[in-house]
Design a protein around this ligand. Structure first.
Ligand code: ZN
Length: 112
C-alpha cells in the first residue's frame, strides 16, 4: 500500500503537518505552500493586529480588505470580527468605533 502522506514542517511551531494545513499562494505561475501553517498564520495576524507584514515576499494585506482567496477572506473576516471590526453591509466596508467611522473614514488618533 502506498501510504505517502506529504507533510511539511511549519517554520513557526516546528510541527510537521499535512499540506492541507497550509495556505497556498501563486508565485511565478506556480502554486506553492507557505512556510507557516494556518494556525500560526492566524496567531501571527492576531498578535500583530492589522499591521502590514511581509514574509518571504508574501503580503497579507497588500491592500486593506482585499483578499487573495476565499479561504483567506473567511479567515480575515473572522479575525476582523474578533478585533472588534463591524461590517457595513450597505456601504460594503469595515469600520470600528474609535478607529474608522461607519462611513469608512479613518478617525485621527493622537500618537504617543
Ligand atoms: Zn505552525
Amino acid at each position: 500500500m502506498n501510504e505517502e502522506i506529504i507533510k511539511k514542517l511549519c517554520k513557526y511551531c516546528l510541527v510537521e503537518k499535512e499540506l492541507s494545513e497550509f495556505y497556498t499562494q501563486m508565485q511565478g505561475g506556480k502554486l506553492i505552500y507557505q512556510t507557516g501553517c494556518r494556525q500560526c498564520r492566524k496567531d501571527k495576524i492576531k498578535s500583530k493586529r492589522l499591521e502590514l507584514y511581509e514574509d518571504e515576499g508574501y503580503y497579507y494585506y497588500s491592500q486593506p480588505f482585499k483578499y487573495f482567496s476565499t479561504t483567506q477572506e473567511e479567515d480575515v473576516k473572522e479575525i476582523l470580527i474578533t478585533l472588534g471590526w463591524i461590517w457595513n453591509e450597505e456601504k460594503e466596508l469595515w469600520w470600528k468605533p474609535g478607529i474608522k467611522d461607519i462611513n469608512g473614514k479613518w478617525i485621527k488618533q493622537n500618537k504617543q
